[in-house]
Design a protein around this ligand. Structure first.
Ligand code: BGC
Length: 753
């Protein structure tokens, strides 16, 4: 397509808004009359059909199946022709109930935005909202209606490959970004279905699909809040997780899916299982056969079966045998139908088969992708101000197979992203160095996986004659995402050796890392002049990296997780509990390793820029507060550097004496601020006192009276410098029973509810 035509298409698409965003009135209406009228006309088989989600592809049961009303939703239909054909078949079914079209749209559709973990590093939720909105616009344009996103799982373990899909380790950041994404998706025309409920991010050993053991208080304080935020922001569904949670698979966990979700949170959307997860209850050893698995999942609260096909096979018999009540089936069908009415599926025109995702990426979408990518990059280290690249530096040696990879820039879970839509780092650098009259040489050294050292000598030879070396290394995209747990989450293959050889030239080595997690860098980290974490930056990633290296853009990303020195430190996170024997150097019987520091390589919230910033001592506006008040902390942030830049002011709070041990610090607010050189701004960071509490084992939430400490700074190293007092606390009882009791109830598989 010519560029003129592209611009024209983009304008048209913008004018028509691509798709009608959901109105918030429809999103909250319950459509009781319409739902009940329809329900009254449905046979049991048609009802169960609404609870069945099947996939496009080799296992697709065919259009007649849809025409018979045997599926309520589908996944992986990602072109408008197939979508239109399937919807036509659904409209031809006896009751003409439209299908719901789902897809994993996480960080883009055809235009790809930075991976969610990178997006979180912006500490700018408005950008994440924007990226989600644009991703949704493209997917909705071709007829997709529902995304299995955001992934709201908190993770403290970078061995887990799916850490890339979420917001990292902090529950407050997780909440803010989960909500921003849900809102963005909705604004762009996609209903959100957060996942994986719950505990999936804390699988033992970081092994995908393994079990999770999380104390109930940690679950409530750390793991659940982002899900709650996603629901409050207007999600239509929730996906249950693959893992067993404290011995009971999430997919059959009535405490989670009913007591918490319905009893406490009053969620009126529906729960969908993860892929074949109901069938996997057999593997978990929870069910002896398909019928039992279906019954357990259903009675626990899973409304829709994603590719297990067990509801379809067994639920009718379970009802006929009296093991599942019809009223319970009706309740699940109601939830699904209500969602369909809320999304306007009964009135909306179907997908237009003449549409194509080839109209993307539009220049506007590319621009959004670039804007977001610029703020995701985290400058971890910058010795002697080696970056930005500038005179008298006249020549650069570019090394690393990833520098020419289009595919890897997109990252895992890239929906319909096309590698050829991206421009490589090499090509971007060529353009920029030519403009700056800087000489650029490129010798890969090895391919992205770096299995052999055959090319090292040539790379070192070229590097020797350059003023600086830029090495683009990291994890090829297949090493990140689902089913990509790594026991050695370091530089893959022989990349570290290559780096050592480059360092040995004595030239400053600037490493650009493409990866979906913090990588163990080993001793070479200390010898690097600069480290720029670029995550997987998306369609415009090559441009964002180049601009940042040259200082056209000042990096402002911050780490949404703690970067370990070595895998042996994992799990490592900033909001740990204090010890009775706090770390003391040289004191054996304190919280220590014998063979490694306890400090991470880079702390949570860390990230440098080309400007420097100072923070005044924080001032607490009102030092005596009640549980219903809002804490306000004022702090002046000043740009003490010589270029404009952005800093993230981070507010940490500690409750030093409480009825349970409380973390050494917890992030409670942040604000990103743009400042010109010499400019200062006073920020007022606010936290409702209600958010300073924690859960007791029985689920009661308390904010206890007493003195709290606060600290503000540009990372989690922020010293705790001011304090305030909560004079009257809060105590909010849970609405449902504790885990053990509820689990006991779910473990009576043969009873009905
Ligand atoms: C993943 C989910 C995803 C689903 C559908 C599963 O394997 O765990 O995150 O939404 O597949 O693609």
């Amino acid at each position: 397509m010519t560029s003129m035509l592209r611009v024209f298409c983009a304008l048209i698409l913008c004018t028509i808004g691509l798709t009608a965003p959901l109105s918030s009135t429809a999103a909250s209406k319950d459509f009781t009359r319409q739902v009940e009228e329809l329900l009254a006309r449905m046979t049991l088989e048609e009802k169960i059909g609404q609870l069945n989600l099947v996939s496009h592809g080799p296992k697709f049961p065919g259009m007649d199946f849809i025409r018979q009303g045997r599926a309520g939703a589908v996944i992986n239909f990602n072109n408008p022709q197939d979508i239109a054909a399937a919807q036509k078949a659904a409209r031809e079914s006896r009751l003409g109930i439209p299908l719901l079209f789902s897809l994993d749209v996480l960080h883009g559709f055809r235009t790809v935005y930075p991976v969610p973990l990178g997006e979180t590093a912006t500490f700018n939720p408005a950008l994440s909202r924007l990226a989600s909105e644009w991703a949704a616009r493209e997917a909705a344009y071709i007829g997709v209606q529902w995304t299995f996103a955001p992934m709201a799982d908190i993770s403290r373990d970078p061995r887990w490959g799916r850490i890339v899909e979420g917001s990292g380790e902090d529950p407050y950041v997780g909440r803010v970004f989960a909500a921003a994404r849900v809102e963005g998706f909705r604004a762009g025309g996609l209903a959100a279905g957060p996942k994986h409920f719950a505990g999936y991010g804390m699988v033992v050993g970081g092994r995908d699909y393994d079990a999770t053991d999380v104390p109930i208080t940690t679950l409530r304080d750390i793991v659940l809040p982002p899900f709650r935020a996603a629901i409050d922001a207007g999600s239509i569904s929730l996906m249950s997780a693959f893992n067993a949670l404290n011995g009971l698979p999430a997919t059959a966990n009535r405490w989670l899916l009913t007591d918490i979700l319905r009893g406490e949170w009053k969620f009126d959307g529906f729960v969908v299982s993860d892929w074949a997860a109901i069938e996997e209850l057999l593997g978990h050893g929870l069910a002896a056969d398909g019928a039992e698995a279906a019954r357990q999942a259903f009675l626990a609260g899973v409304d829709m079966d994603l590719m297990g096909r067990l509801y379809e096979q067994h639920l009718a018999d379970e009802v006929k045998a009296g093991r599942v009540r019809l009223a319970r089936i009706d309740e699940s069908v109601r939830r699904v139908l209500r969602a369909k009415f809320r999304l306007g599926l009964f009135d909306r025109p179907d997908a237009d088969p003449s549409r194509s995702d080839a109209v993307f990426p539009t220049p506007e979408a590319r621009q959004v992708s670039l804007t977001v990518a610029r703020e995701t990059l985290v400058l971890l280290q910058n010795r002697d101000g080696v970056l930005p690249l500038r005179a008298p530096m006249r020549s650069i040696a570019l090394v690393g197979g990833m520098a020419t990879s289009q595919w890897d820039l997109l990252g895992p879970h890239a929906a319909r992203g096309h590698a050829e839509d991206t421009v490589t780092i090499l090509d971007n650098l060529k353009r920029r160095t030519t403009a700056a009259n800087v000489e650029l040489s490129y010798t890969p050294g090895c391919d992205p996986g770096c299995d052999t050292a055959d090319g090292f000598a040539a790379a070192v030879e070229t590097a020797r004659s350059a003023d600086a070396i830029v090495a683009v290394l990291g994890e090829p995209r297949d090493l990140s995402g689902e089913a990509a747990s790594r026991a050695y989450p370091g530089l893959p293959g022989r990349q570290r050796e290559l780096l050592e050889a480059l360092v040995a030239t004595g030239k400053p080595v600037i490493v650009v890392l493409l990866a979906g997690r913090p990588l163990e860098l080993g001793p070479v980290a200390d010898k690097l002049a600069a480290i720029l974490m670029a995550w997987y930056p998306g369609t415009e990633g090559g441009a964002a990296i180049t601009e940042t290296l040259f200082g056209d853009v000042n990096p402002s990303g911050k780490l949404p997780l703690t970067w370990p020195r070595t895998v042996g430190q994992i799990p490592i996170y900033y909001n740990y509990l204090p010890s009775g024997r706090p770390t003391e150097a040289g004191q054996r019987f304190t919280r220590n390793y014998l063979d490694e520091s306890l400090e991470p390589l880079f702390p949570f919230g860390w990230g440098l820029g080309y400007a420097t910033f100072s923070f005044s001592d924080p001032v607490v506006a009102a030092p005596r507060l009640k549980g219903t008040d809002t804490l306000e902390v004022r702090v002046e942030v000043r740009n003490t550097g010589d270029c404009a830049g952005k800093e993230v002011a981070q507010l940490y709070v500690r409750d030093p004496v409480a009825s349970r041990s409380r973390p050494v610090r917890e992030l409670k607010a942040f604000e990103k601020v743009a400042l010109a050189p010499g400019e200062a701004r006073t920020l007022a960071l606010r936290v409702p006192v209600r958010e300073l509490g924690f859960h007791l084992e029985d689920g009661t939430y308390v904010v206890e009276p007493g003195r709290f400490e606060v600290g503000v700074g540009g990372s989690s190293l922020a010293d705790l410098k001011a304090s305030f007092e909560v004079t009257e606390g809060l105590r909010i009882p849970p609405h449902a029973g504790p885990n053990a009791r509820a689990n006991e109830r779910t473990r009576q598989p043969r009873s009905t509810r």
